[in-house]
Design a protein around this ligand. Structure first.
Ligand code: HEM
Length: 543
């Protein structure tokens, strides 16, 4: 039953609602998540409702970035984490903060990890971990480029392996050596006489990665079951209980994470805690410190039955949320640098100037600011943008853009201002219909709302001339890739740092040469997020 007044497609009222049309759309565009925005744009409507399940309530889509941002940031008493979103993770991370509404348990879980995003931790452990894992990946690339010079290869898996290496080391302080394992395998080969080629792409020999890497990747991918099955979360839960590879993956992950947690606790009680405070080498050490303080305050034992599952799943969430999302964005960035050689050249010059021709080190990477690099990272996040919509649920009867929205309605805020890469957002809004906070925000953020030239990849849009020279301007264009507000991405600062470190080192050590047009595409692979379907590059080591 439609919500009165909110526009919808008449065909939506058929038995399967929008599902049939959305599946047809996915066949054509290889993605379903952009369906909502495309319909809003087609009808020039900033708000629409859609019907996906028989007898379920309609889903309300807001395709206006100012109103969307206002819902996420200023109206958190009216809108919270949506069960639709939580159910994608509930089976695999049942005690983690991502599945919770913003309640006391969420606050406890968040407090456990809050110090991991402090400038002190990121500037030391974060940078040095990202540095060493990236150098491992680049060592692998050097071997690939030496064995197969002038070949186009796909490096998507390398990037994923590297980002899993980073997140594992940041979380536990130990090294998984996923990229190193592949590099060692190639080191044993003197040459590759007849490399396997598929449609112009060279397949590089590889070896089996460590088992935990396979398990983590399998678990990341398993949320797709919840997304695609009509039984949603229940199908995912059942698969985790009945599928042997998934059961094994959960068992291994839980055993290793529990082992790391207890090792960190043992270290905490045996090493002088006052000396180690503030000098934690990993997220798990910070988590143990916070838990110990909380336990002392509550008069209970640390890691007791009331908290153990929450702590363990918060660490699992770190691994889950912190690797594939960043890897996907890095892959989009590599594709964009290959396709836009002029941007790559500008980035190379900017980095070389900023580092004064000295090879970047963890210390200089933490200190030196490169405005064009920041601009490139933000433009990649905007243009590549692997998240399409941010989901919330209405906690009370309320209004959006002048329309009544009942309590319990799922809301999709469209993240992207370009969908998909070829149309800007021409959905006019009557200013008086906006919420009071949204109306007020126009005055304080006039720059944000320029929709100029959004269909092109142009890092310069994030730069501003100031009295101090050219500076990075993070507010130049709305960016909702990380969601926003109290439930926006917790790891945003770390993700941005990782991307800065990775791109600096890649550009320093390699040139990404142009590749034949038939190998260069921007096809998405829609999973929970929008990854590029491939990441083909032609590497040449810098002289
Ligand atoms: C480029 C990389 C990343 C992207 C695009 C991304 C995107 C997102 C998005 C869209 C959300 C939901 C936000 C909302 O509903 O408003 C989210 C949540 C979250 N992300 Fe990220 N993320 C990235 C990297 C990371 C990293 C590196 C970590 C951890 C180290 C992380 C940890 C989390 C957590 C814990 C949440 C749940 C927050 C909550 O429920 O309160 N993310 N992320």
């Amino acid at each position: 039953k439609p919500i009165p007044g909110i526009p919808y497609n008449v065909e939506s009222l058929r038995p399967f609602g929008d599902l049939t049309a959305a599946l047809k759309y996915r066949k054509k565009h290889r993605a379903m998540m952009t369906y909502f925005a495309s319909k809003c744009l087609e009808r020039h409507e900033p708000i629409m409702q859609f019907f996906f399940q028989p007898f379920a309530r309609p889903l309300v889509v807001v395709c206006d970035q100012r109103e969307g941002l206002d819902i996420l940031t200023s109206r958190s008493r009216e809108f919270d984490r949506s069960p639709l979103f939580s159910n994608l993770f509930r089976a695999v991370l049942p005690h983690s903060s991502i599945v919770m509404q913003t309640n006391d348990q969420w606050k406890y879980n968040r407090r456990l990890v809050s110090n991991t995003m402090s400038p002190a931790f990121l500037g030391s452990v974060g940078v040095s971990t990202a540095y060493s894992a990236t150098m491992d990946m680049l060592d692998l690339w050097k071997r690939k480029a030496a064995l197969l010079p002038h070949h186009v290869i796909d490096v998507k898996e390398d990037v994923f392996m590297s980002l899993v290496d980073v997140i594992w080391t940041v979380t536990f302080g130990s090294d998984l050596q996923v990229c190193k394992t592949q590099a060692k395998h190639l080191a044993a080969l003197e040459s590759i006489a007849n490399p396997e080629m598929i449609n112009g792409l060279t397949i590089v020999p590889s070896c089996k990665p460590p088992q935990i890497y396979d398990s983590l990747v399998r678990l990341f991918g398993s949320s797709q079951i919840a997304l695609e099955s009509p039984l949603g979360y229940k199908a995912h839960w059942l698969a985790l209980k009945t599928s042997t590879p998934l059961r094994r993956a959960i068992k291994l992950r839980d055993a290793l994470v529990s082992q790391q947690l207890h090792a960190a606790y043992q270290k905490f009680i045996t090493v002088d805690t006052s000396a180690s405070a503030g000098k934690a080498q990993s997220a798990v050490e910070l988590v143990v410190q916070t838990e110990e303080q909380a336990a002392r305050k509550d008069g209970r034992s640390p890691l007791d039955a009331s908290t153990r599952d929450y702590i363990q799943d918060e660490l699992n969430l770190f691994l889950f949320a912190g690797s594939s999302t960043t890897a996907e964005e890095v892959c989009w960035g590599l594709k964009l640098l290959t396709a836009h050689q002029d941007v790559q050249e500008k980035l190379r010059v900017a980095i070389s100037d900023a580092f004064d021709s000295h090879t970047p080190t963890p210390t200089t990477l933490a200190q030196i600011k490169v405005p064009y690099l920041d601009a490139f990272v933000y433009e990649t996040l905007r243009f590549g943008g692997n998240t399409q919509n941010t989901m919330r649920v209405s906690l009370v009867d309320t209004t959006i853009l002048g329309h009544f929205v009942p309590k319990g309605t799922d809301i999709f805020v469209v993240n992207r201002d370009i969908i998909p890469h070829n149309s800007s957002c021409p959905c006019p809004v009557d200013e008086s219909k906006r919420s009071p906070t949204s109306q007020a925000s126009k005055k304080s953020t006039p720059l944000k709302w320029s929709h100029v030239d959004l269909n092109t990849f142009r890092p310069e849009r994030w730069l501003a001339e100031t009295t101090k020279g050219t500076e990075f301007s993070p507010q130049a264009v709305p960016l909702l890739t990380f969601g926003e507000g109290p439930r926006g991405c917790f790891g945003r600062r770390f993700a941005e740092l990782e991307m800065r470190v990775l791109f600096t080192l890649i550009i320093w050590h390699f040139e990404l040469l142009p590749i034949p047009a038939e190998l260069e595409d921007f096809d998405p692979l829609e999973m929970l997020t929008m990854a590029p379907a491939n990441c083909r590059v032609k590497l040449r080591e810098s002289q």
